[in-house]
Write a new protein. Structure first.
Lengths: 433, 160
């Protein structure tokens, strides 16, 4: 079978089939530009950050000249992972703990103990000679480090196109145009397929239903017990918009871009009405001038999904990496950023948002995860093989162009699945639109 | 109050607290808390600030009440079926600070949560901050240091 997406439905095997999952790692993840990490994780020479992408152990390492190199984190000798920690510093060179093969910070093989014993083996014709190899392609875009694992495939600029405007906006929310990662990411394990989580990011018809017990209860509790002459606590301000009406979500709009990217919150969003932070506006005007500062802060995009597994929330400075573990297991990493040069209250709001919404202890996340996990069970039903994504479908719809539609449309999901299906079919071949 | 008496009173309070949490008698449990109560599960054992870094939980009375009210809401989908919990604790080490009428208790704990076919176990050290107000000991703060807060956790829904 290769018709997994028929325009209005996706086949249930996308969520359940482990064989499909393994193909997907190769065809979808290796061929796409995937987010690895932010360069503020490794500010100093020799700093490294490790992560796994499409089952590949990788490490990004800061070089002496300030550049970043992304390496396959594997000793070319016996396969030992050379860099063991999530973050650290390699020192002047990297050294495998097993047999002391050493490598320059860019991965080049530096030395082997008693190397003359390899004199007759023509080591230069062995794979081991290549040292710790760099990934096929990487790009540091304004601090966000992306990699493409496969040698051939679409270029960075073509892959993202105008969708980079969401990252631009988040960066420019800093009066200094700089972001800094803060602390560790929250890690929430779900027993579901990763695409269910991606799907949820542009699903504007679930918050008022699935989150009624948390967001609705927050509004009620504040009304009943709070001092109404005082501003509502930050938590109430962060929770309340989840209960906004269908009309509100329809009005905020959805934009899709080629190659499966898209975002909710074109002209309005649930992040629009947050209370102003004293002093921030003045700092922004000083840096950008009044007109540009207004343009930056008025762009309050809700969720931007970067195909395949990154979600960015510019106005609240968080991002989620939706990491596939198996067909039936996903880990959602939720990172936060500080806007360099902005008042600290902005970071405090970001922290509170991340705790309240993205933690494994989040009363909001609990209900989302419950839906995914119940779907993983429900989809075993043979009564219906399809998952429906047809809300506001337009006959003759095409996906590889930028469009703005109603915020309650499921077009962003269809745009995602269309790109997913194209990649699954074309086995690494570079695509043109 | 005599030092030994204080220690016994604090021990009894912690024991009562665990019993009430395991029974999910949250109304009675909330009466053990001071108005300025905070509940914190940091992301690392070294984390200094709950305000400037992410935490698994950092909440005040309002949010704790919200969490409890949600558990009783008819549309608490992730609580259908309901979770149960069990606190298994060692005897606390108690430091009494007489001048401020306060105490700190540190207990090693195995917190267990179960729901449907699943069961989760979290070894942790719990730090209780206690305060003596109007003749009664109240819980002013709880800080939970999980043995391994770095790993990816599944949903943790009740109160440690």
């Amino acid at each position: 079978m290769d018709n997994y997406f028929n325009g209005r439905e996706v086949h249930k095997s996308l969520f359940l089939d482990q064989q499909l999952f393994e193909q997907e790692q190769q065809r979808v993840f290796a061929a796409s530009w995937c987010y690895l990490g932010h360069d503020s994780l490794i500010p100093e020479t020799g700093d490294y950050f490790t992560a796994t992408l499409a089952a590949q152990p990788l490490a990004m390492v800061r070089q002496k000249n300030g550049d970043i190199v992304v390496l396959h984190n594997r000793c070319p000798h016996k396969g030992v992972k050379v860099l063991a920690e999530a973050r650290g510093n390699v020192g002047r060179f990297m050294r495998c703990p097993y047999h002391a093969w050493t490598f320059k910070t860019d991965g080049e093989l530096l030395s082997i103990p008693v190397k003359k014993e390899y004199d007759n083996c023509d080591l230069s014709s062995c794979s081991a000679h290549k040292g710790m190899q760099a990934v096929a392609a990487m790009r540091n875009y304004r601090g966000f480090v992306f990699v493409r694992l496969s040698e051939t495939g679409i270029g960075f600029d073509e892959f993202f196109g105008e969708s980079l405007s969401t990252l631009d906006n988040m960066v420019m929310r800093s009066p200094q145009g700089q972001l800094r990662v803060i602390g560790q990411p929250l890690l929430h394990k779900h027993r579901c397929n990763w695409k269910m989580v991606v799907d949820n990011q542009t699903d504007t018809c679930h918050p008022m239903i699935a989150h009624e017990s948390s967001a609705g209860e927050a509004i009620r509790l504040w009304k009943e017990t709070g001092d109404q002459s005082q501003p509502a606590p930050m938590a109430v301000e962060l929770f309340s918009p989840f209960m906004a009406s269908y009309e509100f979500f329809a009005g905020m709009g959805i934009r899709v871009w080629p190659n499966g990217h898209g975002h909710t919150g074109v002209s309005n969003s649930i992040h629009k009405a947050y209370t102003g932070i004293p002093g921030y506006w003045e700092l922004m005007v000083e840096s950008y001038g009044e007109e540009q500062a207004r343009t930056i802060l008025d762009d309050t995009r809700h969720n931007t999904v970067y195909f395949p597994n990154l979600m960015v929330k510019g106005p609240i400075q968080t991002l989620r990496v939706i990491r596939p573990v198996s067909a039936k297991e996903t880990i959602v990493e939720s990172w936060i950023f500080e806007l360099q040069g902005a008042p600290v209250q902005l970071l405090e709001r970001t922290v509170q948002y991340n705790n309240l919404i993205n933690s494994p202890c989040s009363m909001v996340a609990h209900d989302d995860v419950e839906m995914y996990e119940r779907a993983m069970e429900g989809l075993h039903s043979d009564a219906n093989e399809w998952v429906n994504v047809s809300r506001l479908f337009e006959p003759g719809e095409s996906y590889n162009r930028t469009r703005v539609v109603s915020g309650t449309s499921e077009l962003a999901m269809r745009n995602f699945y269309d790109n997913w299906q194209n990649l699954m079919r074309d086995d690494h071949a570079p695509r043109s639109n | 109050m005599h030092h030994d008496q204080t220690e016994r009173a604090v021990e009894r309070l912690l024991e009562t607290e665990m019993h009430l949490l395991d029974q999910q008698d949250f109304d009675t449990w909330q009466r053990l808390l001071s108005d300025d109560y905070t509940y914190w599960i940091p992301m690392s054992r070294e984390q200094r600030s709950p305000l400037h870094e992410s935490s698994l939980v950092y909440e005040d009375r309002f949010l704790t009440t919200l969490r409890i009210n949600r558990l009783a809401n008819a549309r608490n989908f992730s609580q259908q079926p309901k979770s149960r919990c069990l606190h298994i604790a060692q005897r606390p080490r108690i430091t009494v600070e007489e001048p401020s009428h306060s105490a700190v208790a540190s207990s090693n704990l195995l917190y267990c949560e179960a729901r449907g076919d699943h069961e989760w176990h979290y070894p942790a050290t719990v730090e209780h901050r206690l305060i003596h107000i109007d003749g009664e000991w109240k819980i002013q703060g709880k800080k939970i240091l999980l043995l391994n807060p770095d790993r990816a956790l599944e949903s943790l829904q009740l109160i440690i």
